[in-house]
Design a binder for this molecule. Structure first.
Ligand SMILES: *Cc1c(COP(=O)(O)O)cnc(C)c1O
Length: 237
């Protein structure tokens, strides 16, 4: 068994056993392989093992990888999720390539993505990134402004508002890990009670995916547990 095969089996096993604890079906939790800093061969190898969803953080790296590992090149489906910060001048490249964007936190970026989404592609599926830490300078919309952003994004013609994403401060304590995830679930439920139809929670990474599954996540974004220790940024080629 190759290293990637072993890591993937371990992650799937962790997801399955957390789902059993949570009394959830494992199909409810999608595994997004976070492939930032990984090279094309590693991504190809993981894809060949059956992994279809990949997440990237940096726009230039995202463009290069999507273009070199398109469904046409691979001859089988692959789904690209953009999960990093988007500067306004880079939004077009994302709108043209991603199936999902998890990191929408400003109306201006959402409007650009909607305008720039090519007509021949289905509407872009988006999550709003929520900053639950209240630390200044973090990415994400503060909770207090989430309603206004959700209402506005839901109106944009070329986007589909699917859910919420969060990236909490790391914690080793399984009980503490659950708190921000529980909060994100409550926010999703509150938005749905006001007429939204959000079916996605993007929360949980290598160190806390069990906590996220117990709190109802539908997409875990996993990097190091699938690929091994992270490489320095910008060294993937
Ligand atoms: C890097 C990254 C991940 C994956 O983190 P790991 O701890 O390596 O699993 C998930 N989400 C986002 C937004 C990231 O930047």
């Amino acid at each position: 068994m190759s290293r990637l095969e072993r890591y993937r089996a371990e992650v799937l096993q962790r997801i399955a056993s957390a789902c059993r604890r949570a009394r959830r079906a494992p199909e409810e939790v999608r595994l997004i392989a976070v492939s930032k800093t990984r090279d094309l061969e590693e991504i190809r190898a993981l894809h060949a093992l059956g992994q279809q969803q990949f997440g990237e953080n940096y726009v230039q790296e995202f463009i290069a990888k999507c273009d070199r590992l398109s469904p046409e090149v691979l001859k089988t489906p692959i789904e690209w999720h953009f999960i990093g910060a988007i500067q306004g001048n880079k939004s077009r490249a994302v709108a043209e390539r991603a199936q999902w964007v998890h990191s929408v936190d400003r109306l201006k970026i959402a409007e650009r993505l909607s305008l720039q989404r090519p007509d021949h592609l289905p509407p872009l599926q988006v999550c709003l990134q929520v900053d639950l830490s209240r630390e200044p300078g973090k990415n994400g919309i503060p909770e207090a402004r989430l309603w206004e952003l959700a209402d506005a994004v839901a109106e944009l013609p070329r986007l589909v508002l699917r859910g919420l994403m969060t990236l909490p401060a790391p914690s080793d304590d399984p009980a503490a890990q659950r708190l921000p995830f529980a909060r994100l679930r409550e926010l999703r439920d509150a938005l749905n009670a006001e007429g939204h139809a959000l079916d996605t929670l993007s929360m949980g990474m290598s160190a806390d995916l069990e906590a996220a599954i117990l709190e109802g996540t539908t997409m875990v974004r996993v990097g190091t547990a699938l690929f091994g220790p992270r490489r320095p940024q910008g060294r993937w080629e």
